[in-house]
Design a protein around this ligand. Structure first.
Ligand code: IMP
Length: 179
């Protein structure tokens, strides 16, 4: 993308290169391969934003695993609305399973924690989160986010699957909003 990247009314500058992202994803996959060896985890990919991260991460998972996809919606524009709408599409039984939720970004944590609660209620053996990005300053929940590629400041970012009102998902690099 040519910089600055203009999306709707805002401009974005490059923040994290494809190379750096891929190194982080590779490291996380290696950890998951070790820690889930023999557990046949169920990776639940939280759409839409996670599609690129999930693809890169799961290509590097070499142990037996299953993959499912769910969709929730909670974000409009640059501020979290704090509401989780419906969870659509969880069509694999989770009872007794080691579930790993695959998320693009954890911000306030409202979305992921509500999803965790729903999956726990379905009697999963355990539920953990693998997130590409975590904003520690924004995260308000007690539930530990076990697997994170990168901790980032509280800036709005796009690219690598993340969007600003529909635009910006199609970049291998991550951009952040410029003041
Ligand atoms: P949370 O419920 O506040 O943790 O927000 C989670 C969801 O909001 C993520 O799955 C993203 O879809 C979206 N989101 C949070 N922060 C950003 C950002 O910086 N850029 C784009 N989307 C974001």
């Amino acid at each position: 993308m040519t910089e600055p990247w203009k999306l709707h009314d805002k401009t974005f500058v490059k923040y994290m290169s494809e190379r750096k992202i891929q190194a982080g994803v590779k490291k996380l996959a290696a950890r998951l391969n070790l820690e889930y060896q023999g557990k046949k985890p169920l990776f639940v990919v939280v759409l839409n934003g996670s599609f690129i991260f999930a693809s890169d991460l799961l290509k590097r998972i070499s142990i037996d695993c299953e993959i499912a996809f769910v969709k929730v919606s909670s974000y409009k524009g640059v501020n979290s609305t704090g509401k989780i709408e419906e969870v659509i599409g969880l069509d694999i039984p989770v009872e007794g399973r080691h579930v790993v939720l695959v998320e693009d970004i954890v911000d306030s944590g409202l979305t992921i924690v509500k999803l965790i609660d729903k999956i726990k209620a379905l009697k999963a053996f355990d539920v953990k989160v693998a997130a590409c990005l975590l904003k520690p300053e924004a995260y308000k929940m007690d539930y530990p986010i076990d697997y994170v590629c990168f901790r980032i400041p509280n800036d709005f970012v796009v690219g690598y699957g993340l969007d600003y009102d529909g635009l910006g998902r199609n970049s291998a690099d991550i951009y952040k909003i410029s003041e």
